[in-house]
Design a protein around this ligand. Structure first.
Ligand code: MG
Length: 155
C-alpha cells in the first residue's frame, strides 16, 4: 500500500466560474487558473501522483501548455487514474478537505463526492470530503483564495 498527500490553492477572482469537484457552484467569485482551476481535483491528483511517486500535475499538465487552457480538471483526474492503473495501482480510498470562507459548500458536497467516485471508479463510501472555513483568518478567511488538501491510499 502507498499513501499520498496533495495540496493546492487558487486565487478568487471576478468573472470566473467556481468549480469544485466538478460542480459549478453559484457564487460572486470564481477561481483563477489556466485550467478550470478546480482546486479540489488538483489536490486529489497530486495526492494520487505522489502516492505513486510520479511527477506532479505541474509537470504533467503544464499551465503554459495551451492544450490545458480551460481544461476540465475532472477529466484530468481521469487521466491520472488511467496512468496509475497502467502502473499497476488501484485507488483504495481518498479523503479531502476544502478550505473556503464562502460560499457554503455543504449543499454541494454529495455531488462532488459522486463526481469524484465516478472518475476514480470508487464507491461513494470510499470518498471522504468536507469543507471548512478558516474563521476569517488568513488568505482563505479574507476570501482571497480557496485551498484544498487531500490524502489517498493506493494498493
Ligand atoms: Mg491548481
Amino acid at each position: 500500500m502507498r499513501i499520498g498527500i496533495g495540496y493546492d490553492v487558487h486565487r478568487l477572482a471576478a468573472d470566473r466560474a467556481l468549480i469544485l469537484g466538478g460542480v459549478k457552484i453559484p457564487h460572486t467569485l470564481g477561481l483563477l487558473g489556466h485550467s478550470d482551476a478546480d482546486v479540489l481535483c488538483h489536490a486529489l491528483m497530486d495526492a494520487l501522483l505522489g502516492a505513486a511517486a510520479l511527477p506532479d500535475i505541474g509537470r504533467l499538465f503544464p499551465d503554459n501548455d495551451p492544450k490545458y487552457a480551460g481544461a476540465d480538471s475532472l477529466q484530468l483526474l481521469g487521466q491520472v487514474v488511467d496512468m496509475l492503473h497502467r502502473e499497476g495501482w488501484q485507488v483504495g480510498n481518498v479523503d479531502a478537505v476544502i478550505m473556503a470562507e464562502r460560499p457554503k459548500l455543504a449543499p454541494h458536497i454529495e455531488q462532488m463526492r459522486k463526481n469524484i467516485a465516478g472518475v476514480l471508479g470508487l464507491e461513494i463510501g470510499a470518498v471522504g470530503l468536507k469543507a471548512t472555513t478558516t474563521e476569517k483568518l488568513g488568505f482563505v478567511g479574507q476570501e482571497e483564495g480557496i485551498a484544498a488538501q487531500a490524502v489517498v491510499l493506493l494498493n
